[in-house]
Every structure is written in structure tokens, then in C-alpha cells.
Design a binder for this molecule. Structure first.
Ligand SMILES: C[S@@+](CC[C@H](N)C(=O)[O-])C[C@H]1O[C@@H](n2cnc3c(N)ncnc32)[C@H](O)[C@@H]1O
Length: 277
């Protein structure tokens, strides 16, 4: 995801879910960490807004070191420019690749990952890495999106835009499409050495994009295929995208109010597990 500037202005959906995470688990985190100083690493931090403006404030914890990592250089650059200081750092890191040297050994009180892991193909490997980042009593905080109208829309457009979209479905982890994704992800976590503390499966989570402009820009910010299309075709695609949305939402009072399935959960390192990367 390279549209860092666009994403930084169109992440209301992710922001709303992050706020919901703290409605569910804020008290748990405050009970756990109290006034202690806390270190955190955020995987797939994007432009850093959710980490700095939501996590750091809504959690009401006392952060001594904050690290955001992302595989997109554009996102990391924007995050550094917007939020970087002498205790908030951002680094380039792909959770599916080997961990860069300076990041290899540190352990954190909290590992968070919001709206990122659905892009990751090898989830068990990512979970083992996340477990390795945790201190022995650390907490993993996760918001994991599974289904979204954008998936249905882009699926409808695959044939027409096939040279540019052939593989887009492969960008999402296969569990996103499965009804029993909750069972699968819980098993993956267990087998990677992460014990679930609390797990919420929101099957009817709603988000209202409000206007067609905001809807279009929000989807554009996360679309990995658009950059492959010639400019003229891109405009046609954005137009078609709206047509498909109106069709899918026919009969609904507000076509921009869409349903998603999201997992909100917290876990801890299972100290009896000896799985390593
Ligand atoms: C939708 S954004 C979410 C950003 C932020 N967490 C938020 O809630 O606003 C997903 C981010 O995950 C990053 N990402 C995707 N796959 C990744 C991977 N394998 N390793 C690290 N970051 C990844 C993308 O580059 C993108 O910035």
C-alpha cells in the first residue's frame, strides 16, 4: 500500500474499529499495565495515525517506547514525518520477511496489529514472529478484518479488468472468506504459541462511508491494483466500482453504510510453547 497521503486522510473506517477495540479491551489493558511504563510495537502501522492518535490516547497507558513498522516505505516515511520523535520510531519491516537486524531481539509489553494481517499470507509465521516480540507477560492486541463490501465489488470487476486484477484475491488471506475463520485463526494462534485471552467475532459490524467521494477515496487508498492501470482505465474502474456498490446495496436506504466481519482480540505468549521462528 503506497498511497500514504490518501490513506492518512481516509482511514475513518480503521479509526472507528480501533476505538471499538478500546471499548472492548481498554479496561483490561489498564488493569494489566496500570501506571507502569509500557513499550509497544505496531505491525502494519500505516501512516501511524491509529497508533499515535488512537492507541496511545484511548488506552490511557504510559508509553515509554513506541515503534511502528510497515512494509510500505511511503507509509513509513509519512509516519516519521508526522509523528516521529525521540520515543516514537517507525521502521520498514515486512512481517512475512526476516526481521531486520536492529529489530531482531527487542521484546515489548504490547504487540499490536490493526487492519493489517488480512494482507498476510503466512499467518502462522506472522504469529510466531509476533509471539517472539512479546515479553513473557506481554499482550498481543489485534483487529482483524475478514469480509468487506470492497471484496464483493472487486470480485465483480475481475473479469473486465483481468490484466490488472488477476491476482488481487490472493492479496487477502484465505481465511477471510471462510465462515469458520474464527476456529482456524484460534488454532493458528494456539499453534504459534499465543494463548487467546478474549476474542470477539463481530459478524455484523457496520461502517458508514457517508458520501460517494469518501467511499471512492477510501477504497482507492487500499487498492493494490489501481497503480497498475492506465489513468483513463482507472477512472472507468472507479465509476464501475460505484455502479457495483449501488447494485449490491439495492433496496438499502444508504448504499454507503456497509457490513463487515471483524475479529477483535487480545492474547498472551504461551510460556509452555517452545515454537521458534
Ligand atoms: C489498512 S492499513 C492499516 C494501517 C493502520 N494499522 C491503521 O489501522 O490505520 C494496512 C497496512 O498494513 C501494511 N502491511 C500489509 N502487509 C504487511 C506486512 N506483511 N508486513 C508489514 N506491514 C504490512 C500495509 O502496507 C498498510 O500500511
Amino acid at each position: 500500500m503506497d498511497k500514504a497521503k490518501l490513506y492518512s486522510k481516509h482511514n475513518e473506517e480503521q479509526t472507528q474499529s480501533a476505538k471499538k477495540f478500546f471499548k472492548y479491551f481498554g479496561e483490561f489493558l489498564r488493569e494489566k499495565f496500570g501506571k507502569n511504563s509500557v513499550t509497544i510495537i505496531d505491525i502494519g502501522t500505516g501512516c501511524g495515525r491509529v497508533l499515535v492518535e488512537i492507541f496511545m490516547t484511548e488506552s490511557q497507558l504510559n508509553f515509554s517506547k513506541v515503534v511502528g513498522v510497515d512494509k510500505s516505505q511511503a507509509m513509513v516515511d509519512l509516519a516519521i514525518k508526522t509523528y516521529g520523535n525521540d520515543h516514537i520510531y517507525f521502521h520498514l519491516m515486512d512481517i512475512q520477511e526476516s526481521i531486520p537486524r536492529p529489530m531482531k531481539f527487542p521484546e515489548f509489553d504490547i504487540v499490536s496489529s490493526f487492519y493489517c494481517l488480512h494482507w498476510v499470507q503466512d499467518l502462522p509465521l506472522a504469529f510466531v514472529k509476533i509471539k517472539n516480540f512479546l515479553k513473557s507477560d506481554g499482550i498481543f492486541c489485534c483487529v482483524f478484518i475478514l469480509t468487506h463490501i470492497l471484496i464483493d465489488i472487486w470480485n465483480e470487476l475481475i473479469d473486465k479488468y483481468s490484466p490488472y486484477m488477476n491476482n488481487w484475491r490472493g492479496n487477502f488471506n484465505y481465511i477471510c472468506y471462510l465462515e469458520n475463520a474464527d476456529e482456524i485463526i484460534k488454532k493458528m494462534l494456539r499453534e504459534s504459541g499465543i494463548e487467546i485471552i478474549k476474542f470477539i467475532d463481530e459478524k455484523n459490524d457496520m461502517f458508514n462511508f457517508g458520501t460517494k467521494e469518501f467511499f471512492t477515496a477510501s477504497l482507492e487508498a487500499v487498492n493494490p491494483c489501481l497503480k497498475l492501470m492506465p489513468e483513463q482505465l482507472k477512472n472507468e474502474f472507479l465509476h464501475d466500482q460505484l455502479d457495483v456498490l449501488y447494485n449490491l446495496q439495492k433496496g438499502k436506504e444508504n448504499p454507503f453504510d456497509v457490513k463487515r466481519r471483524i475479529f477483535y482480540f487480545v492474547g498472551r505468549k504461551n510460556l509452555n510453547s517452545n515454537i521458534i521462528e
